[in-house]
Design a protein around this ligand. Structure first.
Ligand code: YK8
Length: 177
């Protein structure tokens, strides 16, 4: 796996959760900037195990002549039962892209950890794994990993820069960081 964000923000843990995991203005603007559209999500639903789960559907603009213009995606977010409102949130987000080459071979799991540091500070940690349903041929595996890591790196870099703008109270941020 890889670690993409690991830093302290001047944002409370509950506010960070609200920004990233509810239908917030912040996430809507971020999705707009990434040209991710047709966003539909279920509410967070409590599970028998004590955790929470929600499902998202959206379309991602790729615009790569070798891969395609768009892909639909399904994201399942699971908030583990160890999460404590305002203190600690542990969320695994499994993302399946349905319309890219070799889509039946792989998916991505993003792990978000939000931990309270003080009343107005939290640590956000985001790490990612590419997982396989079946083993692809070596060259295909290399192509999947190269494209996934670079796509995720770009995505989380922009997310980090928008969170930094949010923490400093800047409301207008450039579309590309
Ligand atoms: C979520 C992982 C892989 C996929 C893509 C696949 C190319 C396959 C190439 C062939 C296009 C928002 C990514 C980056 C699309 C974007 C996905 C995002 C960033 C040759 C094998 C979408 C987080 C997320 C998870 C996985 C990312 C895809 O919130 O390269």
């Amino acid at each position: 796996g890889r670690l993409y964000i690991n830093r302290v923000f001047h944002i409370s843990a509950s506010k960070m959760f609200e920004l990233l995991f509810t239908d917030s203005e912040f996430i809507q603007q971020f999705m707009d900037a990434r040209r991710i559209f047709g966003f539909v999500s279920t509410p967070w639903m409590k599970e028998a195990s004590g955790g929470w789960r929600r499902k998202l559907n959206y379309t991602i603009t790729i615009n790569n002549p070798l891969i395609g213009k768009f892909t639909t995606a399904t994201e399942t977010q699971v908030m583990h039962k160890e999460s404590k409102d305002g203190l600690f949130y542990l969320i695994d987000a499994e993302v399946i892209t349905h319309d890219v080459p070799y889509h039946d071979y792989f998916y991505t799991v993003n792990r978000f950890c939000i931990a309270r540091i003080s009343k107005h500070k939290c640590r956000l940690r985001i790490s990612t794994d590419v997982k396989y349903n079946k083993q692809p041929w070596g060259l295909i595996k290399a192509a999947i990993e190269k494209n996934s890591w670079s796509g995720l790196e770009n995505y989380f870099k922009q997310l980090e820069s928008r969170l930094l703008a949010e923490e400093s109270g800047v409301s207008q941020v450039p579309n590309d960081a």
